[in-house]
Design a protein around this ligand. Structure first.
Ligand code: ATP
Ligand code: MG
Length: 243
């Protein structure tokens, strides 16, 4: 059965969509076929990040209201293993019952399905996801976004959903200069299981312009480590200055 991940966070702008795309690119590099579903109703962005925005006509709401699924799936010739379903442009178009039925139908066709959710604690659609969904909570290595990540994770746990932490925007120079806490303190503070660390980088800030990541670059290596862990491989955290 395919793996299902839901990317979430407490605070906005911590890199959920960047992580969703980065992980998708890493999975496709491993030969997996990936379905990326943009759940950010009204503020969709994955079509732009993947350079598919010019093509988009239909979205998730068209599928949920009975439209042909293939009309709402977009991909580029450069990476035909990565399929995108864009989010609706307006709020209130995703019905949880319809989402549940659609997800059950589609996920067996993919090795990996990734839902990129908006930030915050509106969990109304989470119960529509299959039972084996793993939530990936994204935070920066700072006390504010980390505290919100732990709030999200506690609330997920209360409703029986499990989550792991991805630290995004890690800058070794700040840790070295003791501006940020060391990584153990970060993990303790969030009270979450750490899945991986993604560096802050110019390359990632330009993802929406370039639509790809350099093989062997620090960002791709970080996403590849996380993707392998998500597939059950035991990959150790590298030395912090290598991240
Ligand atoms: N590791 C990183 N290094 C550099 N820039 C980054 C990194 N991660 C994200 N960014 C930049 O930060 C901004 C916000 O990222 P992104 O849209 O992925 O966040 P988000 O959590 O999905 O936001 P939202 O809550 O609005 O959905 C973008 O401009 C993105 O390019
Ligand atoms: Mg986003």
């Amino acid at each position: 059965m395919g793996k299902i991940f839901a990317v979430t966070s407490g605070k906005g702008g911590v890199g959920k969509s960047t992580v969703s795309v980065g992980l998708s690119l890493a999975f496709t590099k491993m030969g997996k076929n990936v379905l990326l579903i943009d759940m950010d109703e009204g503020l969709r962005c994955l079509d732009v990040m993947l350079g598919l925005d010019e093509k988009v006509v239909f979205d998730l709401s068209d599928i949920l209201s009975g439209g042909d699924i293939s009309n709402s799936i977009y991909y580029s010739e450069q990476n035909p293993l990565l399929h995108l379903i864009p989010a609706p442009c307006e709020l209130g178009k995703i019905n949880s019952q319809q989402l549940q039925e659609f997800t059950e139908k589609i996920h067996p066709f993919y090795d990996v399905v990734i839902f990129d959710f908006p930030a915050g604690i509106d969990f109304s659609l989470y119960a529509s996801l299959p039972n084996n969904t793993l939530f990936l909570t994204v935070a920066f290595p700072d006390p504010v976004t980390l505290r919100d990540a732990s709030v999200v994770s506690e609330r997920l746990e209360k409703i029986g959903l499990s989550s792991k932490l991805i630290i995004n925007g890690f800058d070794y120079t700040l840790t070295k200069r003791k501006i940020y806490n060391n990584i153990d303190d970060i993990i303790d503070k969030a009270n979450l299981q750490l899945l991986g660390i993604v560096p802050r980088s110019k390359e990632l800030s330009l993802l929406a312009v370039k639509h790809k990541l350099k093989s062997g670059g620090k960002a791709m290596l970080a996403f590849a480590r996380i993707a392998k862990r998500l597939l059950g491989e035991n990959i150790l955290l590298p030395k912090l200055k290598k991240i």
